[in-house]
Design a protein around this ligand. Sequence first.
Ligand SMILES: [Zn+2]
Length: 295
Amino acid sequence: MSDYSIWVLEYSFVPNYHISALIYGAHNQGYRKLPYCYVLIKGKGHIAMVDVGYNATEYGDVLAGRFGVTNWHSPEHVLQKCDVKPEDVDSIFVTHGHFDHFGNVDAFPNAKVYIQEREISKWVWAMSLPERMQWMMGAVDPGDILRGVKLAQEGRLVCVDGDLQDVLPGIDLHLAYDTHTAGSMYVTVRNDGEKVSQDAWVLAGDLIYVYENLGQNSNPNDNINTYCPIGFAQGSQTNLVLTTEEIMKSVNYEWRRVIPVHEERIKDEFPSIIGDDGLRVSEICIGKDQVSRVG
Ligand SMILES: [Zn+2]
């Protein structure tokens, strides 16, 4: 039996998003739905999240409008589907600083927030650049970075420098520098608690957007499942391919164990329900003594 339950919780979505941003070189392939989600991890006396979504006020809302995001619902509303309140969350692992992942830390008053030191410091650097270079600030709300600094002042921010094993028992953080962003990270849940786990899940942040990035469904004639990196890299696609290999190796090349939160087809791979609010809950796995939320 697994140590942790893992759910992917949709909190809003973009009805039509450019596929070229999701898959490198996929020009002229049109648009697809892009769900916006965070991950809830529950077990071993902890309630943790991977990313927190954005706050639909001020500049977060401006950015959401720019990306065409719709149907935003609050963490109170979304987490209640798993019988969790935002104040119950004790640990948050922020994969990167983009507004739809890092923009709502204020909603979680009791959580310790983990982010790569390089991610925070490079956003401060990018903010300091002249306006003509502000492409680098795409998808970032400077207010979120300031909120990160405030968390540090309150003693609730942990700046991680590289990889960190057992941040919670069986949960590891991994730096993927200069990939999607300067200090992106992914989260591994070793759900049997073993060092070399046969039951590992990778919460991939935006290092993987969709299954094509893992070499799945990309080309019917492609027998070797060639990785195709995401289109939107502030670092390099080379580093993304190297990170994809590292991720896939860590799950014995079982691509289904890599969870891309912007992938709509998660609902076809895992038990899922869509509520009256039009938002999906996908159940990746259930920990011991815990109940299904999609039954
Ligand atoms: Zn991102």
